[in-house]
Design a protein around this ligand. Sequence first.
Ligand SMILES: [Zn+2]
Length: 78
Amino acid sequence: MTRLLRLRKYTLSPAALDGSLPQVHRAHCTTCGTTGRDAADSDAATTWPHEHVRDRPAHLEYTEDITRPYQLIPGQWR
Ligand SMILES: [Zn+2]
């Protein structure tokens, strides 16, 4: 049995096609693990810690989680 294998080069790129998943930003409290609302950018995501700390004054440290979709773009066959 003979099998022919073809190799193809792909480029990994941030997804920008219509229908691609959006990039999502979200603040994360490192004290209790609660996360804020999904937001379209960092500015919107970082308003949530100000709301969260009002009832939890000891929760002072946060991270920003970013979900960034990527896509593989097919290139030339080798
Ligand atoms: Zn918290």
